[in-house]
Design a binder for this molecule. Structure first.
Ligand code: F6P
Length: 347
């Protein structure tokens, strides 16, 4: 049995731990040949590189960030004859099955390829934690711990200078990182895409806090957060770098926009921290190393049991296989109850 493994979309801590687990169990327990497909769907589309992976190749990668297989945001469905090219590569390398490790874009492609007759299973990754069908994606815990550390650090300097510090974290359509790290870091306000706020309310709460309580504030904002009332300057802030192959605009910089509005309306000194790719790099937390390892083991077990068209998922404390098509129907967003917990501490 020849199994190809690829990592697609934005990287995240834990990818290497998944690859390691697949290689170990695939070779040791099932005597499979495991092949690494480079740069996600691009590797299959362009016919390689695709190289055999041995235990020696993965023995020391458990704690390494990034991915030894590299990654790309290539969408084969936007390329002419993309599916035929993928099928040809699979045939040429005699791959019997594929394990795709990725977020909603990569797994969305996996679901469609399965419908095209390709034997495929998925593993959900992303620091954003927005893949449906699973309680957790790996990488999220590491990003939250990085963001919480950043919030803790800016709080002391914000307090020392009586400033408003706005920390911008990733989260395009879902504010999981902002909300979780904001709660953990005791943020005074958290702005997420799911629950647009009125900028006037944000300003009001900060004024009240600075007049009758503390003279500093820490605001956490997800890069995809939206403001309720339309102002000329309240659009999402986008980097002028076009769209990726899945049609996503590149976000970044909403903290600067908020900072300008808050300063204009309150006169309070503001500073911004855009965490950016710092939260996506580096070594995975112990939680993510274990979750990634469990996902990798379960993925190769799904192949063994011929459970194609499924992805690994965490439900409570158990790892299960769930249909990819179901998981791809919606983005997993924050529920109101969780947001309400954070709201208690706003202002
Ligand atoms: O992978 C998800 C993500 O981290 C999003 O939170 C973010 O908007 C995006 O990737 C950034 O992508 P890139 O690394 O391509 O700029």
């Amino acid at each position: 049995m020849n199994v190809g493994v690829l990592t697609g979309g934005g990287d995240c801590p834990g990818l290497n731990a998944v690859i390691r687990a697949i290689v170990y169990k695939g070779i040791k327990n099932y005597k499979y040949n495991i092949y690494g497909i480079y740069e996600g769907w691009k590797g299959l589309l362009e016919g390689g590189p695709i190289v055999p992976l041995a235990i020696d190749d993965v023995v020391n990668i458990l704690d390494e960030g990034g991915t030894i297989l590299k990654t790309s945001r290539t969408n084969p469905f936007t390329h002419t004859s993309g599916i035929d090219k993928i099928k040809k590569t699979i045939e040429r390398y005699k791959l019997d099955a594929i394990i795709a490790i990725g977020g909603e874009d990569t797994l969305g492609v996996a679901a469609k390829l399965h419908q095209e007759g390709i034997k495929i299973v998925g593993v959900p990754k992303t620091i954003d934690n927005d893949v449906s069908g699973t309680d957790r994606t790996f990488g999220f815990d590491t990003a939250v711990s990085c963001a919480t550390d950043a919030i803790d650090r800016v709080r002391s300097t914000a307090e020392a200078h009586n400033r408003v510090v706005i920390v911008e974290v990733m989260g395009r359509e879902a504010g999981w990182i902002a909300l979780t790290s904001g709660i953990a870091g005791g943020a005074n306000m958290i702005l997420v895409p799911e629950y647009p706020v009125d900028i006037e309310d944000v300003v009001k709460q900060i004024i009240v806090r600075h007049t009758h309580g503390e003279q500093f504030s820490v605001i956490v904002v997800a890069e995809g957060a939206k403001l309720k009332r339309k102002r000329a300057d309240s659009k999402l802030v986008m980097l002028d770098q076009g769209k990726d192959e899945f049609g996503h605009v590149r976000l970044g910089g909403i903290a600067n926009q908020l900072s300008a509005i808050i300063y204009e309306k309150t006169g309070f000194e503001c500073r911004t921290v855009i965490l950016g790719h710092i939260q996506r790099g580096g070594t995975p937390t112990a939680f993510d190393r274990v979750l990634s390892t469990r996902y990798g083991i379960h993925a190769i077990d799904l192949i063994r049991r011929k459970q194609y068209g499924k992805m690994t998922a965490l439900r409570g404390t158990k790892i299960i296989g769930t249909p990819l098509v179901d998981a791809m129907k919606t983005v997993k967003t924050i529920d109101k109850d969780f947001y309400a917990i954070a709201e208690v501490f706003f202002g």
